[in-house]
Design a protein around this ligand. Structure first.
Ligand code: IMP
Length: 192
């Protein structure tokens, strides 16, 4: 089976290919010659994942999937959520995003948060959604250097290390993206 993943992020492609295994050929946007900057204008993760998948399906007529991820913080009513990449402005600046989040949580005792990934799959025009959640909390300050995005300030439930203090294998075995991709895999293999 061939599926286009609406991304050019090499790290995500590798992670997804590892989980889906050799039975699914995962193509990137550049593999199909797509250079479109698909606008993510929805106000939910599901909405944005669907916008991207529908764009690819209708323009290229190929079976495909797209993902969208957000960090949802309880004390901030789910913010930054769908705006996670641009929380501190359009610069997609992780340092600025983390700084803003830590500022907005100053003095708050509830630091519960979760990462959530939504994957939208379209096969022969049929749409399916899968989500993956990892619960945890936001630290008082940055811990660790590895990873990306909000990793230095997120500690998953049951752990004392932040995502940025874990090896990529360890993070990838419990992450939101891993969990959503596992559901996609189970569905494709007929187990869901
Ligand atoms: P995307 O939908 O995968 O592009 O994720 C949107 C934003 O969420 C990213 O720009 C990051 O700020 C944040 N994010 C997504 N996944 C992770 C992760 O695994 N660790 C830390 N931050 C993440």
């Amino acid at each position: 089976m061939k599926l286009v993943f609406a991304t050019n992020n090499k790290h995500k492609l590798q992670e997804v290919r590892d989980i889906l295994g050799s039975g699914v050929e995962v193509l990137s946007l550049s593999d199909i010659g797509c250079n479109d900057d698909i606008p993510e204008t929805a106000d939910t993760l599901q909405g944005n994942a669907l916008i991207k998948a529908r764009h690819i399906y209708s323009k290229y007529n190929v079976n495909c999937f797209a993902d969208d991820t957000g960090l949802e913080v309880e004390a901030l009513e789910g913010a930054p959520g769908v705006l996670s990449a641009r929380y501190a402005g359009d610069g997609h600046d992780s340092e600025a995003n983390m700084h803003k989040l830590l500022q907005n949580l100053t003095g708050k005792s509830n630091r519960n948060a979760q990462f959530r990934t939504v994957i939208a799959l379209i096969i022969d025009g049929e749409e399916m959604l899968f989500d993956g959640i990892v619960k945890g909390h936001i630290t008082e300050e940055k811990m660790g250097e590895a990873g990306f995005g909000y990793d230095p300030i997120f500690v998953p439930e049951g752990y004392s290390e932040s995502f940025a203090q874990m090896s990529s294998d360890e993070k990838n075995s419990i992450s939101h993206r891993y969990r959503a991709t596992k559901k996609l895999n189970d569905y494709l293999k007929g187990d869901l």
